[in-house]
Ligand binder design. Sequence first.
Ligand code: IVH
Length: 682
Amino acid sequence: MHLNIKQADIKQEIEELAKELNYHCYRYYILDAPVISDEEYDRLYLHLRRLEERYGFVLPDSPTQRVGAPPLEKFEKIRHKEPMLSLDNAFSHAELIKFDARVKRFIKSEGDIEYTVEPKYDGLAIEIIYREGYLYKACTRGDGYEGEDITRNVKAIKSVPLKIEGTVVPKEIDIRGEVYMDIAEFERLNKERGQKGEPAFANPRNAAAGSVRQLDSSITASRRLHLACYGIGAVQGMEFESQWGLINWLKAARFPVPAVVRHVKAINDALEVIKEIEGKRDSLPFEIDGAVIKVNALYLQRLLGVKTREPRWAIAYKFPVNQGTTKIIKIIPSVGRTGVITPVALLEPVRISGVTVSRSTLHNWDEIKRKDIMVGDFVTIERAGEVIPHVVKVIKERRRGGEEPALLPKECPVCGSKAVKERGEVAVRCIGLDCPAQVRERIRHFASKGAMDIEGLGDKNVELLHSEGLINHFGDIYSLKKGDILRLPRFKEKSAQNLIDAIQKSKDTTLARFLYALGIPHVGEYAAKLFARNFERLEDMYNINPERIMEMRQIGEKISNSAAEFFNAPNNLETLSSMKASGLKITNPEYEGKKKERQPFDGLAFVITGRLPVPRKDIENSIENLGGHASSSVSKNTDYLIAGESPGSKLQKAESIGVKIISYEDLLKMMASLNPLILSLI
Ligand code: IVH
């Protein structure tokens, strides 16, 4: 019947229908206040789909575009324009007060700091890129730098806007938030899985993550997922001044935002909001595991910056977590790859939030003493998220007198070398350089998945190859011969060849993986990536001094010293050279990726003169972090002179050659307008 209506009318009808349906979606999924019945919605939806099919005109934000794409073969990768960070944790109000003090100290201010407080959703972080107002791509957080393209699945989440509504629409914006599943939906899904003989999800978070990482988006669509948006990455064509302003814009643009967001004037008010959120915890239809406190002003966020992988301007307060009670059967010492001997409690197995716990780290013997833990004690065990279970406290009332103290080991349980506890240190270390436990742990770490990823070099084979004298150091892996392996009891032609192939394959690696594999104390996966972003080649780190590393502002003293110590030891450099000679091919995509990121102060040269409220080094670091250059003397290449109190002769020189002179406040404003959320645009 529509065939005789003019094309323009059809187009208009399609547009109006899509708009109306999107509005009802928003009322239903975000405001939780529908104004039409489900039947009425379905009728309109069907009508729209028929028109689209018949006239071949489909809008990019049509609700029909949420479903129906064929399954993917695999997920493509997407690089985040701005890294997706994680959060530092606090477990008490006292730690939050300390956080506030740290913030004040860092920005040299004694005045109250304004914060926002939001619930911490226990789900999966994602990023959604909008171009010219339309949903363009969506990806998972991944390793913080690169995630997986899950665009189709995110489109299938009904509360995700396909188009940004409102008058102020940025040219491009990366919206960040948490995908989560309500407890009721989680239970429904597990019941359904049980009926189909499929394994149950352990918790709503795993269910949400599993649902969003589906190659077939119709599976995602069949599960009721939600989104809470709490931040942004890069943005182009718009500026925000505060977290609170951002949240309000998100709300107006019809994005789902956290169930509670409060803007407070000082840390004490933030503590009150935390209590409020904690009080609501059990009545919320979804799981939250804490609250997130963020410095409200974005220019202060910029100034505070990032340390390793966590911003200095935010912290997560974690609610007390799942606990259980059980008995310590034995305390055994366990030797790690750096020689540190850790006491581990063997427990009578106990189920805590769905997981059986039978071991718990006791960290060190000082901790055992502090908590007065004895073998045979009943203890409260806590399991928080992915963290290894730990002992919270001893239940002293249940002591019967047969408990025994946990003795400090005098020698290494594996190699028998002396175990020493340095004065002022808590760790007990095995001093045996060739301690098999350490050697094996280092080799195992080198070959592990996140490191060189050598399949077949797990615990058992490492132990065998090491005890047979074939590898005494991870450097020996690359000189292993098939003939040598074949002589070992467990290997046959095929398995020996497989191992050789896996070793060969691992030679093609990245600098970040390789640095992590080396097992340098304190250099974890993330720090290794930061190194790789800043140093092009492995050799660039040889004989480096710690100050040079500290120039990367995100790396603190501990990591810098440890890495410098490693790269200054002649025997380490020898091992590295011989490994490279065996055909290692190290590429560095992290460095390449960083080079491509445009920085707001790119190409700008700054000089500082006079007294400023913040240490000069900090200001220089901030400038360099934004891609600028801080130099000590004024020349015609200088773009800005930052003049503080009682400026020196640099001021006259700058005036005479026409260099722009700005105050410290002007610099802060420049940084604020380049707030952390709009880095990529200038
Ligand atoms: S802000 C740098 N706000 O917690 C800021 N994160 O432990 C990072 N999360 O990866 C994120 N609720 O997946 C922020 N209201 C909230 C959050 C939140 C949950 C998650 C997020 C992040 C993780 C960090």
